[in-house]
Design a protein around this ligand. Structure first.
Ligand SMILES: Nc1ncnc2c1ncn2[C@@H]1O[C@H](COP(=O)(O)OP(=O)(O)OP(=O)(O)O)[C@@H](O)[C@H]1O
Length: 265
């Protein structure tokens, strides 16, 4: 199969260099303005019934520059969500090193699991209680965050009246209001209709375009979403097998799909 070469990296993309990530760089941030870095990450769990260790991540290395929107793709069960949870600190890797700029925020797939307060502005302000902010500062952060996700007109709306995609955008606004540097987004568009899907992805893209400080990693199955991404990572069977600019990864996956179809018929 003649697959496109992914060895060329446009200037704004940076290839993974695990040697750059050591324990000393980990505590003080990574070099070269890298927001997310994982090196040789492995994860396994023990299946209690059979008392055997089952590998989920076999070898994952990745390096995402600050300020960029990257996507993580791969077949069902290849380990995308597990990798994202390790980057979020929700799971500990069995081995390997991880560094993600702080503060970071994980947004879940189900929009109803994100929103906790009765109104949009209260929900976006919810996480700000831990900072010593004046009421004006809180209002200003809420308003800027809602503007970034295109929900300025929804400030006083009851969250129960929002669509799934609007709830996702409220959750993202909450993270932005807390000056989140890294957004880790787990298949946000799965339960959404087409209009809502586009609304959420554009909200993330706009959040990055309005703040050079924010970096996002988005897990998806939808190839068409790659048009919004700066770069992408493709996984199979617990391994990162390709990474590069979004167009090259899309061509790579399409070539794999057509090869699969031509073998099937
Ligand atoms: N703690 C665990 N216990 C049992 N199985 C687990 C555990 N963690 C992960 N797995 C299994 O590991 C595999 C990878 O899961 P993961 O959710 O990361 O894949 P994914 O690529 O995100 O899948 P999908 O695209 O279907 O959401 C799956 O087979 C899952 O059932």
């Amino acid at each position: 199969m003649n697959l496109p070469s992914l060895t060329y990296f446009p200037q704004k993309l940076v290839p993974p260099l695990c040697s750059a990530l050591t324990n000393s760089t980990r505590s003080s941030g990574t070099a070269d303005n890298i927001a997310i870095e994982g090196c040789n990450l492995k994860f396994s769990f023990t299946a209690t019934r059979q008392a055997k260790v089952v590998p989920v991540l076999r070898d994952c290395s990745l390096r995402i520059p600050s300020g960029q929107f990257w996507m993580l793709l791969g077949p069902n069960g290849c380990g995308k969500s597990t990798l994202l949870k390790i980057l979020a600190g929700l799971l500990n890797p069995t081995s390997g090193i991880v560094h993600v700029n702080e503060p970071k925020s994980f947004v879940f797939q189900n929009p109803d699991h994100q929103v906790v307060m009765p109104t949009v502005d209260a929900d976006v302000a919810f996480g700000l209680g831990k900072f010593s902010l004046t009421n004006d500062e809180v209002r200003s952060r809420v308003s800027r965050a809602l503007h970034a996700v295109g929900l300025s007109d929804y400030e006083k709306r009851s969250v129960q009246t929002l669509s799934g995609g609007q709830k996702q955008r409220v959750a993202i606004a909450g993270a932005l209001a807390e000056a989140c540097k890294v957004l880790l987004l787990d298949e946000l568009t799965t339960f959404l209709d087409e209009t809502d899907q586009v609304g959420v992805i554009k909200a993330v893209r706009n959040s990055l375009d309005t703040s050079a400080e924010v970096t996002a990693l988005w897990v998806t199955h939808r190839l068409e979403e790659l048009e919004y991404a700066d770069g992408a990572i493709y996984m199979e069977d617990g391994k990162v097998v390709k990474y590069g600019d979004a167009a090259s990864i899309r061509s790579f996956i399409e070539a794999k799909q057509s090869e699969y179809l031509s073998n099937a018929y």
